[in-house]
Design a protein around this ligand. Structure first.
Ligand code: BG6
Length: 478
């Protein structure tokens, strides 16, 4: 069912696991300024770090000091690949330096060496919801063209340094996050000072699409540079793909599905895989009074810097409804909410669980792009109970993963080219949307709570042992 060499593994992000705030000369980054929260209490972004507030990313799950033990546990599960992100502010503390920070480079050398020791392929995201804080303050992040070159300098530095250690790269995590207001700060680095609300910031749509254009160019330039440094490297895009279903068979629902799909799911991938702005986006930009300023070579850069593979996160599907109706329930999600689908159940955080939607998505994407695909995030956020004997019986997570893996296997049988699967997350981490520890996704439990208590001890969950057998049997035993 699964091809030989299928890349089984798990995913993480620096801002959610690494910690090591200020260690090894790391500079301040966006995530260091975002407080903890919950489903009811929104996370806040504070330009000045307030000593009375709790900023969970500053410690994460202390991967910075535990990486050797963690990678050893990943190896015990038989991981073929470990997805992680690099913290830009560890390499260039303010983003502005001419010379990279050797301590930061050495840290990632040590992490990659540890992976290689166990035959684990590192899959590295250059930008996962973070950037040096100085670039936010000085430039409003990617709103300024200068940040394109600063990003390419960082990308080029790490491509050269790790050219013999890292083959698989991703440029920007969930790049389509920039098409909704929530992506303003975390993805683009734009901070409109009127609000500290990080999930619903004060939004300027024109600025957001301008900054997204700069991100497209930065990504394309990084791809070009990465291929120059190592022609064998594989550099991908990463999109949060949320399939949209019509709530009814009303033709207007279908048209709304298409429009939502275009603006949220398709736009960024189309640019990064096909190398140009798709036809449908021009009307959308016009209707929203968005006027993107491009430099003369930008279109050519986009053409030359197309990605080698398409990666995506998949957590849920959503419904859209074009008709007035009173008895419609809404649902939440990691990026976009929607109308509740009566045929699906939801996680405790309201995300609709839809394994078949993953098979549908794999077909849709392969049909659209004809390049290899990789699912680089898929998992269940849940409250886990650690028993007195330190076991964690997360059968709900096993069930979730099992159902999704079955659908991937089926899509492969039906002809889709899938390179690998890195579930979210290899180890418990800070939730990106709520800042909680209690919303756990990992195969490995970390002793840490929402108030900063706990000794960071690691405990394999039942899902750890189950996944080990899945990998060992190359997906035959699930
Ligand atoms: C994705 C992000 O949106 O979803 C991850 O790439 C994130 O960083 C994951 O952790 C799950 O979302 P959350 O908000 O539950 O952590």
């Amino acid at each position: 069912m699964f091809p030989d060499g299928f890349l089984w593994g798990g995913a993480t992000a620096a801002n959610q696991i690494e910690g090591g705030y200020k260690e090894g000369n790391k500079g301040d980054c966006i995530s260091d300024h975002i407080t903890g929260g919950s489903l009811d209490t929104k996370r806040k972004f504070t330009p000045v770090i307030d000593e009375n507030n709790y900023y969970p990313s500053k410690v994460g799950v202390d991967f910075y000091h535990h990486f050797k033990d963690d990678i050893k546990l990943f190896a015990q599960m038989g991981f073929k690949v470990f997805r992680m992100s690099m913290n830009w502010a560890r390499i260039y503390p303010t983003g502005l330096e001419d010379i990279p920070n050797e301590a930061g480079l050495q840290f990632y050398d040590d992490v990659f060496d540890e992976c290689i020791k166990y035959g684990i392929e590192p899959l590295v995201t250059l930008h996962h919801f973070d950037m040096p804080y100085t670039l936010v303050e000085k430039y409003q992040g990617f709103l300024s063209r200068e940040v394109v070159d600063l990003f390419v300098k960082y990308a080029s530095t790490v491509f050269k340094r790790y050219k013999n250690k890292v083959k698989y790269w991703l440029t920007f995590n969930e790049i389509n996050f920039a098409t909704i207001p929530m992506g303003s700060l975390e993805l683009l680095g734009i901070y409109n000072k009127q609000t500290t609300d990080y999930t619903e910031p004060d939004d300027d749509v024109n600025q957001r699409y301008q900054a997204l254009h700069h991100v497209f160019v930065a990504s394309a330039m990084a791809v070009i540079e990465g291929h120059k440094v190592n022609p064998d490297s594989k550099i991908g895009c990463m999109v949060a793909h949320v399939p949209m279903y019509p709530f009814s068979c009303h033709p207007q629902d279908m048209l709304l599905v298409q429009a939502t799909d275009h603006s949220f799911n398709d736009f960024c991938g189309d640019v990064q895989v096909k190398g140009e702005y798709p036809y449908y986006i021009h009307k959308f930009l016009k209707d929203h009074n968005i006027n993107i300023i491009k430099e003369i070579n930008d279109d050519q850069l986009l053409k030359l810097g197309v990605v080698d593979y398409y990666s995506f996160s998949y957590y849920m599907s959503n419904c859209v409804n074009s008709q007035e109706s009173e008895d419609i329930n809404t649902t939440s999600g990691n990026l976009v909410g929607g109308v509740k689908n009566p045929y699906l159940r939801s996680s405790d955080w309201g995300w609709q669980i839809d394994p078949e939607g993953l098979r549908f998505t794999l077909h849709k994407l392969y049909d659209r792009y004809h390049i290899p695909l990789m699912i680089v995030e898929n998992g269940l956020g849940a409250v886990d109970i650690k028993e007195p004997d330190n076991t964690i019986h997360d059968d709900y997570r096993i069930d979730f993963m099992k159902q999704h893996i079955v659908q991937i296997g089926q899509a492969i049988e039906e002809g889709v080219d899938v390179l690998g699967y890195t579930m979210w997350s290899a180890i418990d981490s800070i939730s990106s949307s709520t800042g909680e520890m209690k919303k756990r996704y990992g195969l490995i439990y970390v002793d840490r709570d929402d108030d900063g208590n706990g000794d960071f001890a690691r405990y394999p969950k039942d899902s750890f042992h189950w996944y080990k057998n899945v990998i060992k049997s190359n997906g035959e035993i699930i």
